[in-house]
Structures are given as C-alpha cells and as structure tokens.
Design a protein around this ligand. Structure first.
Ligand code: F6P
Length: 343
C-alpha cells in the first residue's frame, strides 16, 4: 500500500513520535509511507507527497514540531479544496492518515464519507477533542505550564507580587486547569466556570490577609472578558482558517490590570504563548503518540476507513470519526472543584 501521512493545524510535541510509529510499522510490513508536506495544503495545492525512508524516521521520537511541516489551510475558502484533496488521494494514495484536532478530523470524516480511505489521529494541545482522554501535545503543554509556575512562584514569593499567567487552550480550560493544578496555582480562571472580577480580587486579598504575600493566578486565553467586567474590542485578528486568535484579546493582561488598579498589589503578567507548543515532548506524549499512531496504522491495513484510535480507560480503542467531531470537550465541574481545593 501507499500510505500517506499528514499533520494539520497547529504543531504539538509528540507529532514526530506518531509519524515514526506509522512509518516504521509500514516499512516493516513492506508498504510505502508517503509524507505529505504542510497538511491539507500538500494535497489541495500542488501535490507535496514524498516517500519517507527509515533514515528520516530515526532519532525523531524526542523532537518537537513535525518533520512533515504543518499549516492552517482553509479548504473551503475559496471553495473546492476538499474536492481537490479527494482527487489527490485517489490519484496518489491507497490510504491517508490525518493527524490533527477538531478541524482536521471534521475534514477526515467528510473525506471518508465520500469513500476516501482516511483514518485520523487525535492531536491538539487544547485537549478538547470529544471522545478521547488523550490528544497529542497536551501533556507536554501542561508540563511547560507547571514548570513555568514553579519558576514564577519563587520570584513572586521573593517580591510579594501577584503573577498572572495566561495559557493557551482556545475555548476550553484544560491547559490552564491541569497545568495550574500541577504547578500549584492559587487561582485558575477558565471559560467553563466564569468568575466575577470582584471574586478574583477578594480571593487575592483574602490570601494577603492570611499572611500569604503573593499569588499565582492562571488565566486561560479563552476566558470571557465580559464576565470579568471587560469589553471585547470587536473583531479578533483571525488565523488562516478563520479562527479568532484568542491570545490577541489580552485577557491575562486585563486581569492583571484590574488587580493592580486596586492599588494594593504589585502585579506582573506572563503570556506563555507558543512556549507551550515548542520543544521536546514528554515521555507520556512520546508513548501515547506512538500508541495512537500504531493504532491508526493498524486501522489502515485492516481497511477501517472513517475511524480514529482514541484513548479510553488507558487503552487505545478504534472509534468512528463522528465520535470526535461534535463540539469541544469541556473541563468537568468535579475536576475544576479539585483544582479549587488548593486556591
Ligand atoms: O489549537 C492550538 C493552539 O495552540 C491554541 O491553544 C491557540 O489559541 C492557537 O493554537 C494558536 O495558534 P497559532 O499558532 O496559529 O497562533
């Protein structure tokens, strides 16, 4: 078989581990593995597939990013991109493995419904894909958040300051909640459970009254500004697929300015940004990316198009793509309540 593999959307640590698993297993079994450069663009524009050999897969398990390149490429604007992808698969490949988040898997499903032999792999450091407990990149991202909070703790305590840390995560709060839990955050604001600014201030003051001279406040980039008493300043600058770039709203800076306006605290803001996406994957991401990559390869050779390997109860399970495409998986109340035990 000629098995194509692509990575689409934002990069994430662990992608190379998945590509390596798919590629090594395919080569072991005598198949051809075709790396498609730059996500869907490599099929919708000029065909950008090239065979991968063992040397290109060697030594990559610990490397961040994606050896294939990726892109946020809109197949619908202008219209016709999806049809060009269908034709390219038909012309060049016997199967395609698409590694990506919700946008990518919606396209995989669309293609599979039209008869293309496509299998997905779950990737998003936002961790918001429904139907799976694991998405490539999330563990590495929260490890960066936790380590950053460790570092910010020492300087916050030394200067008796409030540190506000803004994390990625788009419209859900997984990165903020679990990164904050691991890093000992004193308050975590996420879109799922809005908090009024007066409660944020009161919480920081109450810590002060209790003799704790500093606070670490983690804010997810997607928190609704209006619940904090702010105003959305109109149009967001958008990425290439029309998604609003939430970091440009400056929600962390807004929270910091409101705390500082009270006049009682010295406040500093850190926006972790793309540091959460860069660098080496954690061992956890390397292992599970390998496992879901292997699951996708096995699905392809078994002819199970329209599926995606997900992680449930610590096992890789193959499910229809339709189980991961509807909406976003949100942080559940009980998990947030556990984070709040430590506020
Ligand atoms: O979806 C992953 C993610 O890292 C989000 O958390 C973030 O809002 C967005 O991508 C940033 O995208 P870009 O790299 O295009 O700025």
């Amino acid at each position: 078989m000629r098995i194509g593999v692509l990575t689409a959307g934002g990069d994430a640590p662990g992608l190379n581990a998945a590509i390596r698993a798919i590629g090594e297993m395919a080569l072991r079994d005598g198949h051809e593995i075709i790396g498609i450069a730059n996500g869907w663009a490599g099929l919708a524009q000029e065909y950008a597939g090239a065979p991968l050999d063992a040397s290109q897969l060697r030594g990559v398990v610990g490397q961040g990013g994606t050896l294939l390149g990726t892109a946020r490429f809109d197949l619908d604007r202008p219209a016709g991109g999806r049809e060009r992808v269908l034709s390219a698969i038909d012309e060049h490949l016997d199967a395609l493995i698409a590694i990506g988040g919700d946008g990518t898997q919606e396209i995989s499903q669309w293609l599979a419904e039209r008869g293309a032999p496509v299998v997905g792999v779950p990737k998003t450091l936002d961790n918001d894909l429904p139907g799976t407990n694991y998405c490539i990149g999330f563990d590495s991202a929260i490890s960066v958040v936790a380590e950053s909070l460790d570092r910010l703790h020492t300087t916050a305590a030394s200067h008796h300051r409030v540190m506000v840390i803004e994390t990625m995560g788009r419209t859900t709060g997984w990165v903020a909640a679990l990164g904050g839990l691991a890093g000992g955050a004193d308050l975590i604001l996420i879109p799922e459970f809005p908090m009024a600014m007066s409660d944020v201030l009161e919480h920081v003051k109450q810590r002060h009254r209790a003799g704790i001279g500093y606070s670490i406040v983690v804010v997810a980039e997607g928190v609704d500004l209006s619940t904090l008493g702010g105003v959305e300043t109109g149009e967001l600058s958008s990425d290439a697929v029309g998604g609003g770039r939430l970091a440009t709203r400056g929600v962390g800076q807004f929270v910091a300015s409101q705390i500082e306006a009270g006049g009682e605290f010295e406040v500093r803001t850190t926006v972790l940004g793309h540091l959460q996406r860069g660098g080496s994957p954690t061992a956890y991401d390397r292992i599970w990316a390998t496992r879901v990559g292997a699951g996708a390869y096995e699905a392809v050779v078994a002819g199970k198009s329209g599926t995606i390997p997900v992680v449930r109860d610590n096992h890789v399970t193959l499910v229809p793509l339709s189980e991961v495409t509807p909406g976003q998986r949100q942080v559940p109340r009980e998990l947030y309540d556990l984070c709040a035990v430590f506020f």
